[in-house]
Design a protein around this ligand. Structure first.
Ligand code: CP
Length: 327
């Protein structure tokens, strides 16, 4: 155990990290993204050992505060915090004083008073994590807020691509589905473009943004299209987004059948992609809607790798935010 603590401490780096919070990827520099990737590589090494824990954050407290359902984000932050030796407290809105009407700001201040060093917040309202971060000295990690951002998902997606391809500069990444309502697509766009990838956002016109704003990237690095069969040509990564049935109920797509015909990721469509193309999905999946079951579980799929990598990436982020406070 002691050996692994010393090894990981030697390889980890806080060099250049100055952020209190992680609210989205659009505020990260290329160097900061690379620092997260470098630390995540070390953490993946820790996770591959027989003793899969270190004591880097022993004595620190991490609170997960979830106002919306989650399996992957919540569980992997809990595993990540414990793998770093921190105390992890899990709170869901339904089982807390939020149910008695306590505001987000009061809840966050209460958790800081209890001793939280970092709060991982999942909320149905866009901007909730930014609001929380303004009212606490604890580090706030956005675990997904409304349709705004999901930075840790984007960073684990990037980590998964880099593990397979190395440098992703010049790679063609197609993100297909309900881009308009997707916090995952938004956060992925910023980090992928920052590292030089070519991003294509694809879906029915009613589920695509009219403009791509807010980012700071070269002209031509992001394309928006409704033609999936053209977009998938030569793609290095095809990332399917979850199609929520309520989109049909709200009249944003004519029917699920038409959506499937135009945008489902199928074996046949993948024949047009690059021979070593990866299939990704942030989960949870609607198999048979946005992705065919044989593709979801096929040889090109790295969907389970994404989930596994989520632990190492979240360990790296917790390390930077929490150890960074005491350095
Ligand atoms: N991808 C993702 O955020 O999954 P969960 O909702 O299960 O956390």
């Amino acid at each position: 155990m002691l050996d692994s603590v010393e090894m990981s401490s030697a390889d980890l780096s806080l060099q250049g990290w100055q952020k209190k919070d992680l609210l989205d990827t659009d505020v990260l520099t290329r160097d900061e993204i690379m620092l997260i990737m470098q630390n995540a590589d070390v953490m993946a090494g820790v996770r591959s050992r027989r003793e899969r824990k270190v004591a880097t954050l022993r004595g620190r407290t991490i609170v997960t505060l979830f106002y919306e359902q989650s399996t992957r984000t919540r569980a992997s932050f809990e595993v990540a915090g414990k793998a770093l030796g921190a105390d992890v407290v899990n709170i869901t809105a339904s089982g807390s004083s939020v149910g008695k009407g306590e505001s987000l700001v009061d809840t966050v201040r209460t958790l800081e008073a209890i001793g939280a060093d970092a709060l991982v917040l999942r909320h149905h309202r866009s901007g909730a994590a930014c609001l929380a971060a303004r009212h606490t000295a604890a580090g706030v990690i956005n675990g997904g807020d409304g349709t705004h951002a999901h930075p840790t998902q984007a960073l684990l997606d990037l980590f998964t691509m880099r593990r397979r391809f190395g440098d992703i500069a010049g790679r063609k990444i197609v993100i297909v589905g309900d881009v308009l309502h997707s916090r995952v697509a938004r956060s992925n766009l910023w980090s992928l473009v920052a590292l030089g990838a070519q991003v294509v956002l694809c879906g029915p016109a009613t589920l695509l943004p009219r403009t791509i704003g807010g980012g700071d990237f070269e002209e031509g690095r992001c394309e928006v299209t409704t033609d999936f069969d053209a977009a998938i040509q030569g793609a290095d990564v095809v990332m399917a987004l979850r199609m929520q049935k309520e989109r049909q109920e709200r009249g944003l797509i004519p029917s699920l059948r038409e959506y499937i015909n135009g945008y489902q990721v199928t074996t046949r469509r993948l024949e047009r992609a690059a021979p070593d193309a990866l299939v990704m999905h942030p989960g949870p999946m609607n198999e048979g809607v946005e992705i065919a079951p044989d593709v979801a579980h096929g040889l090109r799929s790295v969907i389970e790798e994404q989930v596994a990598n989520g632990v190492a990436v979240r360990m790296a982020i917790l390390y930077l935010l929490v150890a960074g406070r005491y350095s």
